[in-house]
Design a protein around this ligand. Structure first.
Ligand code: ZN
Ligand code: ZN
Length: 228
């Protein structure tokens, strides 16, 4: 019985569908308004078929309604999901860009930072800035220490061997020993240790010197001073 029931259900379904089609043909072909129609031959039978076929129409209309509603509903759900998905992607991108903005600098990015030569602002006349290896930065006594190691910056030495301390000025204006800020930016995060401002948005990696940059960085780490 368990096997026969689904089979019978299908057969009756098919039969009902055929009868429904046949009923429609009998009802409307030819149209009831023409003299040779079924309606004129047997009006009661025609109305009987009409009632049964009407039930079929009702069921069909229900089916169509369900299809339309499901279609509309799923379209709305898909649209909502797409919107949520896009928003999720956007926030993900924002997050990842924040992360990449704060992640440690590469050596090439590090080399693109601004080197400066410290000149005491109180005695700038003693330090001619011509031919300095890097742009001069004038700092008073309150600002001439490295925020990382707390050591005071050393002004350029003019002698037989001309020496200038390797210093880096970040875009925020804070100055550090290159050796000190190197460690922070490469092993820590791409921010100023003092004011937390990102240094990456002011770095242009395309202007970095590639392998030459790495060499310079290594050289800088070996000595606290540069010669020129
Ligand atoms: Zn330092
Ligand atoms: Zn800063």
């Amino acid at each position: 019985m368990d096997k026969i029931a689904p089979f019978l259900s299908k057969v009756f379904g098919l039969l009902a569908f055929i009868l429904f089609i046949l009923g429609n043909i009998l009802l409307f072909s030819p149209l009831p308004s023409t003299p040779l129609s079924c309606y004129h031959a047997a009006p009661l039978l025609w109305w009987g078929v009409m009632v049964v076929t009407g039930v079929g129409w009702f069921l069909l209309a229900q089916l169509l309604l369900v299809v339309v509603l499901v279609g509309l509903g799923s379209a709305v759900v898909v649209a909502i999901l797409a919107k949520i998905g896009i928003e999720a992607n956007t926030s993900l991108q924002a997050r990842s860009s924040t992360v990449s903005r704060l992640s440690p600098l590469t050596l090439a990015e590090l080399h693109a930072l601004q080197y400066v030569c410290y000149i005491p602002s109180t005695s700038r006349e003693h330090f001619p800035v011509e031919n300095l290896p890097h742009p001069a930065i004038y700092l008073d006594d309150q600002k001439n220490t490295c925020g990382i190691c707390q050591d005071t910056f050393v002004p350029p030495q003019y002698g037989k061997e001309q020496l200038a301390q390797w210093l880096i000025e970040l875009k925020c204006g804070h100055v550090y020993h290159a050796k000190c800020i190197d460690e922070w930016l490469i092993k820590g995060s791409a921010t100023c240790p003092f004011c937390q401002r990102s240094v990456r948005d002011v770095v242009d990696p395309s202007s970095a010197g590639g392998s030459q940059g790495s060499t310079l960085v290594n050289e800088r780490r070996d000595s606290a001073f540069s010669t020129w």
